[in-house]
Design a binder for this molecule. Structure first.
Ligand SMILES: [Zn+2]
Length: 245
């Protein structure tokens, strides 16, 4: 969600918006301030207070109502040979730590403008939030969107930014993470080939790699994520006009 401060005090030097106990830094754009605030897929429904604070204390407040996401539930069976990766908790933890460090190192300023584009041509085979149980295990929510096509299909940056990670991970396989600034990242996973390097600037639509099936995967597809201050949200939200601050 986007929090906008439409009539900021004229001498405002900084502001944070507090949501669910977490402070999010606000940025100035034209005559207003804004912040992207993450609503994770497991946040309880109900009313939440919003509070904007600065050097002068609380300068604005409001209320947000979180409603049910309506995510679908699915049970799937996979042969034990295909889920072996899931038992290597040490490698999974290491991958999680690598990504947390990347997500914490975001560029303050917003590096993109305009709606994002889809990163590949293909069929959408899984949406964000799908609650999936593998072989009778606990349900786990899908953290991105899957777009499937032939291995080798070109993948492009959904929006402008700086490549923050371009390397082989564990479950994610060959991965590219783009820092879009303002606490927002996108990631592209299970690639057959990576064609960018960390530190490189990319524009919306620039090629970044090729679709593949590396990591924990069955079949060629790209697992596309959007991350807001460390929390995965539905990347499709960023393709909509209303995402502009
Ligand atoms: Zn996926």
């Amino acid at each position: 969600m986007i929090v906008r401060l439409l009539r900021p005090p004229s001498d405002l030097a900084w502001a944070n918006v507090f949501f669910a106990g977490v402070p999010y830094p606000m940025l100035a754009v034209e005559d207003r301030w804004f912040a992207y605030v993450a609503l994770g897929q497991y946040i309880p429904t109900g009313g939440y207070p919003l509070e904007v604070t600065s050097a002068a204390g609380t300068i604005a407040s409001g209320q947000v109502t979180v409603t049910d996401g309506g995510f679908l539930y699915e049970e799937i069976e996979l042969p034990p040979s295909s889920i072996g990766l899931l038992s290597d908790q040490e490698a999974i933890n290491e991958e999680r730590q690598t990504l947390s460090t990347v997500h914490a190192g975001f560029t303050q300023e917003r590096l993109w403008s305009g709606p994002w584009i889809m990163p590949a041509v293909g069929a959408i085979t899984n949406s964000f939030g799908l609650q999936r149980s593998i072989n009778g295990g606990p349900y786990s929510g899908h953290t991105g969107m899957d777009i499937a096509n032939e291995a080798g299909t070109t993948l492009v940056a959904a929006a402008a930014g700086t490549v923050a990670l371009a390397e082989e991970l564990f479950l994610y396989g060959n991965a590219v993470v783009i820092d879009h600034g303002a606490g927002v990242f996108s990631s592209y996973n299970h690639l057959q080939a990576i064609t960018v390097v960390a530190g490189q600037s990319v524009e919306r639509g620039d090629p970044i790699g090729e679709m593949g099936e590396t990591g924990f995967v069955s079949g060629a597809h790209v697992h596309w994520e959007a991350i807001v201050h460390g929390t995965r949200v539905d990347p499709v939200l960023f393709t909509q006009d209303g995402i502009e601050p």
